[in-house]
Design a binder for this molecule. Sequence first.
Ligand SMILES: Cc1cc2nc3c(=O)[nH]c(=O)nc-3n(C[C@H](O)[C@H](O)[C@H](O)COP(=O)(O)OP(=O)(O)OC[C@H]3O[C@@H](n4cnc5c(N)ncnc54)[C@H](O)[C@@H]3O)c2cc1C
Length: 476
Amino acid sequence: MSKYDAIIVGSGSNGISAAIRLQQKGLKTAIFEQASSPGGATRTQELTLPGFKHDVGSSILPLGLASPFLRNLPLKDHGLEWVYPEIAYSHPFIDGTAYACFKDLYQTAAQLGEDEKNYLKIFKPLMEDWEKLDPDLLAPLGIPQHPVPYLKFGLKALPSAHWLANRYFEDERSKMFFYGSAAHSTIPLTNLASASFGLVLTATAHRYNWPFPKGGAGNFTGAMLNYYRSLGGELHLNHQVNDLRDLPNALAYLFDLTPRQLLKINGLNFNSLYRKRMENYKYGAGVFKMDWALSEPVPFTSEKCRRSGTVHIGFSQAELERSEDLVHKGSVSDRPYVLMAQHSPFDATRAPEGKHTAWAYIHVPNGDPRDHTTILEDQIERAAPGFKDTILARSTKTTHQLEEFDPNLVGGDINGGLQDITQFFTRPIIKLSPYSTPDPRIYICSSSTPPGGGVHGMSGFHAAEKVLKDHFKDLV
Ligand SMILES: Cc1cc2nc3c(=O)[nH]c(=O)nc-3n(C[C@H](O)[C@H](O)[C@H](O)COP(=O)(O)OP(=O)(O)OC[C@H]3O[C@@H](n4cnc5c(N)ncnc54)[C@H](O)[C@@H]3O)c2cc1C
């Protein structure tokens, strides 16, 4: 008799989701985590000054609400409180004006002048079909539950953001506005499927308004763990797993790791072909991340930006395209695309009274060792003159420091591997079930499996379902 039915290695949002799913089904599980605090890339720390709470990794969590698995968990009863910013996101322009992505589709479209009808042409059908699409969008590749809406979505999602923006919009501002969310893809905006990120993320803004957890993303992890423990689950911290034989006996082991890390674990029964294919797994661009303690809110010129939880910065279509293109050619633009978030205007618990925080990153080549503070802050300063004068303290994280913080952030890649057309659906390798491996005890549940990066827990959920099917048929 083993003490455990299943062991989960890694306590990121996917590891905890897998553990919750198995524990919900009555299995006895435990999570083993190498770090001294749980959550992987979903943790909050006082990175700058006492009392200033910063999300070291993930921060804005609409996918936590959109996730068909997570949205049905009783996380509110276990301490999660969502904060909804007044505006989901905005995009400032060089003249001080901005477009805002309001929850209301029509209010958003109305800002776009001649492109109002074009915005509605893209997003109205998507919002009408959303309920039918969302189970398939966060699932492994298979026959969609609603093929017609899925096909309609695919026709717009598979091309590049560049193609979609130029096909639908007349005005450069509308194109930049779309690029802001499409660039979350971390691939060049001219690459196939980059449009899909702009479509899905904008749809989640209209549906869920891009919320974040009160007090920090770490509270999302905390609520998941409180619920997991209430089901009888166990968490073991400071336990780096290097060898399967160091773990207690179990029927299944689920690894919340990326392929390169998994291949380093001793005692796994993988054949050489599988190893070779996993060795060919591609990692994506990294990020250079900053957090600030501020004396006042970020002084954006545009009032819309001051009211937004997230702000996308980049001042022309060409500038945005160049920024993302250069990263993939191994360098960094001096006018990079900046993804910025501000929580304290909407969540007073993030900073001491009257003070504020800000969070931002730029994309950089994988493994880039450099500090990019100057170009990042200069770019923010263009949208928010006087920003630098409000800085009380700053924290920087290069790609190497991110990987030290969480070994899954290989070379600073925040998505557990490149998310381009070649690895979008077929991560980590082309295989009927991407979650299982040639060793019948071993499963992968990290964001290196579909549906990829983001705090949605769906990789963990699908891996757990596969474990149930393979080893605990009676419980399915
Ligand atoms: C800077 C940054 C910003 C981001 N912003 C957002 C955002 O705003 N919204 C969003 O949805 N997503 C965002 N993401 C992406 C999101 O955080 C990830 O997609 C998500 O955390 C993936 O979860 P995971 O469980 O697959 O892996 P992780 O969260 O990386 O967890 C993996 C865990 O495994 C542990 N581990 C690794 N090796 C071992 C070992 N040998 N033994 C034991 N434990 C081990 C690690 O310590 C870690 O705790 C961001 C990420 C970063 C870094």
